[in-house]
Design a protein. Structure first.
Length: 305
């Protein structure tokens, strides 16, 4: 049997895990490695990519930076989350605000030191990334439109760290990034609808707060139709292998998403929409292997005659 002190410690660890959203980070790690193997470094053997120490450090530091970002975001959203997510907020509050700040600064200091083992460019990149996350959480998040655009940008920024590392600027990479960015941007706007009560109470200047739910839904619909553009380029012009199946299915799911969007008018409905987008994003990560499944068998891309 655990003592009262040990039970409290376990609860605080679970609370901190909830604060840093530890369930999201493995997906981001997987997405970075799969992107490196199948998109950014197509001419390298999969094992070579996996054993690359510098790539490991980039992925590891990205994970730490994202974790610290969740902490500072949770710190500033403490009162808002108590309204929008009361159950999660009560769990998160088992860790004090002081402890959150201590862990936040400790993680960022570790990131700063370890980045020197990669290069000075890595130090500069992660320093800017840490600052941008703080600036978003402290200032930009409450600003209409800018908060949404910046949140989606910060979510795709870790992939640019790998892009800079491999120095590959293939057009299809930007098509992939655009599709992902649009999904993330739509998700951010759905979150605004989902968190409407808390945003009003804490003076967040979001689109639903200032212009109403109807205008917000119209913008979301426009962005959803906008995903057709990168999908068109990915499946008709660029080589994405069997991943075109994912993109075709995504468009079908997004049509269903739009139907549900205009029928939804409460938190539970918006939560379903949020989960649909999360499913598309996470499934997209796993579907990266469809670009060339042979890599899983042969460890590298096969030369095509």
């Amino acid at each position: 049997m655990l003592s009262r002190k040990n039970k409290l410690l376990v609860m605080k660890i679970i609370s901190l895990f909830s604060v840093v959203r530890g369930y999201n980070i493995p997906i981001i790690v997987l997405a970075q490695y799969l992107s490196a193997i199948f998109i950014l470094a197509p001419n390298k053997r999969a094992l070579e990519v996996l054993l690359d120490v510098n790539l490991f450090l980039i992925v590891f530091l990205s994970s730490l930076t994202i974790a610290s970002g969740y902490i500072i975001n949770n710190f500033y959203d403490n009162d808002k989350d108590l309204i929008n997510r009361p159950n999660k907020s009560m769990l998160d509050r088992l860790v004090s605000q002081k402890t959150k700040l201590y862990v936040y600064f400790s993680i960022n200091f570790i990131v700063f030191l370890l980045a020197f083992f990669i290069s000075f460019r890595a130090v500069l990149f992660f320093s800017i990334y840490i600052f941008l996350i703080w600036f978003y959480s402290h200032k930009l998040k409450k600003m209409v439109v800018i908060g949404n655009l910046f949140a989606a940008f910060l979510a795709v920024l870790p992939f640019f760290a790998i892009l800079l590392y491999y120095k590959n600027l293939y057009p299809q990479i930007f098509a992939h990034a655009t599709f992902l960015y649009l999904l993330l941007l739509i998700r951010e706007m759905i979150k605004d609808l989902e968190n409407l009560k808390g945003d009003i109470a804490n003076d967040y200047k979001t689109i639903p707060v200032l212009f109403g739910e109807k205008i917000s839904k119209q913008i979301i619909s426009f962005l959803t139709f906008g995903t057709i553009i990168p999908v068109y380029y990915l499946v008709t012009i660029f080589e994405v292998g069997y991943m075109d199946i994912y993109f075709y299915l995504s468009l079908i799911v997004l049509l269903f998403f739009l139907q549900l969007l205009w029928k939804s008018n409460d938190k539970s409905g918006y939560l379903k929409l949020h989960n649909i987008l999360k499913f598309l994003i996470v499934s997209g990560v796993f579907c990266i292997v469809l670009i060339e499944p042979e890599v899983l068998i042969h460890g590298k891309r096969l030369l095509k005659l």
